[in-house]
Design a protein around this ligand. Sequence first.
Ligand code: SF4
Length: 256
Amino acid sequence: MLVESYDDLMQGDPSPECEGFLHSVETCGTVDGPGIRFVLFTTGCPLRCLYCHNPDTQRLKAGRKVTAGEMVEQIRRYRPFIKNGGLTISGGEPLAQQRFIESVFRDVKRMGLHTALDTSGCFGTRIRPHLLDEVDLVLLDLKSWTNARHRRITGQAMDEVLAFAHHLEAIRKPTWIRFVLVPGLTNDDETLDGIGSFAGALHNIELVEVLPFHKYGESKYERLQQRYELKNCPEPTDQEVERVKARFRSFGLKVR
Ligand code: SF4
């Protein structure tokens, strides 16, 4: 597995001159946090999820170089349209570029906008000390349950993700759990009950979002000449989605 080094992107003071690697922006997002969102998609991710629908974001250098100041100015121009919403930084894995995203979050928060971090939690024990001060909401993927299954789906163990989830609870950070429902891969009883009981015991979980697996990213794998492992995997039926939501609700969680 190709793993890039992110060390240089983690340290140093946040400033408008900090450089980051960006895949794209979405100016009126409605699915990555509350309200209308300006969404930055960064590049670079150490995971290789079987169902990743943005494989073109996985390599850091696949992105274009931007400065934090440039991004903040772009967001400032859209501010009148970001009603009841804010900024979400997604990826790729945004925590691969912590100095850059801390800079952007800090200055966007100074504008009075709500900030959300969409993450797999895979850098969970390597978080800059003040980064989460600039984040109002974390959207945390729980991709599986048990290290063996998590490793099969993402290429890495789950320990860092769980450590990050516990840390978020300890600092009382509002968190939404995101769960991708893949038939035959993530909808077994052990996974659903493991995630449900874990999330249900945390006091900072405001919502669980069940995201049905889809194949929108398949053509990207062809373009990148990468093998798409889930080519023959069916998308879940509406009934299956409802069953999984009901299972999570049985742990006292708010689910949508
Ligand atoms: S964490 Fe996200 S960007 Fe990284 S491989 Fe998984 S789905 Fe793709």
